[in-house]
Design a protein around this ligand. Structure first.
Ligand code: CMP
Length: 139
């Protein structure tokens, strides 16, 4: 089925001016960018978005990284969008990511790993609603 997922192009990518390279890889994978905006996250927004990781040892550093520069938040649409995007992103740790994936080709480290993507349809809906209103998504 045609579904949607939520994506963040992270500050390591905006800093290196490679958001277009990321978008080209997203589109080459057959996903459509149906909403997109560049934002400077606040600490409260980043903490809220990653609340599921609040107890993890890397939480504080992750939040600081995510507010260290602009991000690009996106809604992607395509056939089974959640697993399709996870496939093109590659493993969380770029050292473990397959060749040709965004994280293998572009990421700097497990933290500065260039992109975030939803891990389920349920979380995709929650994450999309965190950043976008219905009228901002144009399929
Ligand atoms: P993301 O898919 O956005 O979800 C949580 C993020 O935490 C992850 O990508 C990484 O950027 C970051 N992170 C930092 N350290 C770790 C770690 N040890 N394990 C998993 N995620 C980590």
């Amino acid at each position: 089925a045609i579904t949607r997922t939520f994506s963040i192009i992270k500050p390591d990518a905006t800093r290196r001016n490679i958001t277009g390279k990321v978008n080209a890889m997203i589109e080459a994978a057959g996903l459509r960018i149906v909403a997109q905006k560049r934002l400077q996250l606040t600490q409260a927004q980043a903490e809220g978005f990653y609340a599921v990781h609040r107890e993890r040892g890397f939480f504080g550093e992750l939040v600081q990284f995510m507010i260290s520069g602009p991000v690009v938040v996106q809604v992607l649409e395509g056939e089974d969008a959640v697993p399709a995007y996870r496939k093109v992103m590659g493993a969380t740790n770029p050292a473990n990511a397959d060749a040709g994936t965004i994280r293998k080709e572009l990421a700097e480290s497990i933290e500065a790993n260039t992109v975030h993507g939803s891990d389920s349809d349920e979380n995709a809906a929650i994450e999309i609603a965190y950043f976008f209103s219905q009228c901002e998504i144009v399929g």
